[in-house]
Design a protein around this ligand. Sequence first.
Ligand SMILES: [Zn+2]
Length: 57
Amino acid sequence: MSQKEKRYFRSQIYEVDYSRGIIKLKNKLCPRCGKVMANHKNRWSCGYCHYTVFSSS
Ligand SMILES: [Zn+2]
């Protein structure tokens, strides 16, 4: 894990299930600028550089 990735290891990005000891990623990180992307119904979008990726599920 790089220094940059460690900075994003925060509760607003990761959802921690304490009872089961599981950490889930709540949001994707933008592949272009590395910011947290917003989860929409069928897509992820970056509010910083407006990168958008459509999710198949
Ligand atoms: Zn971005």
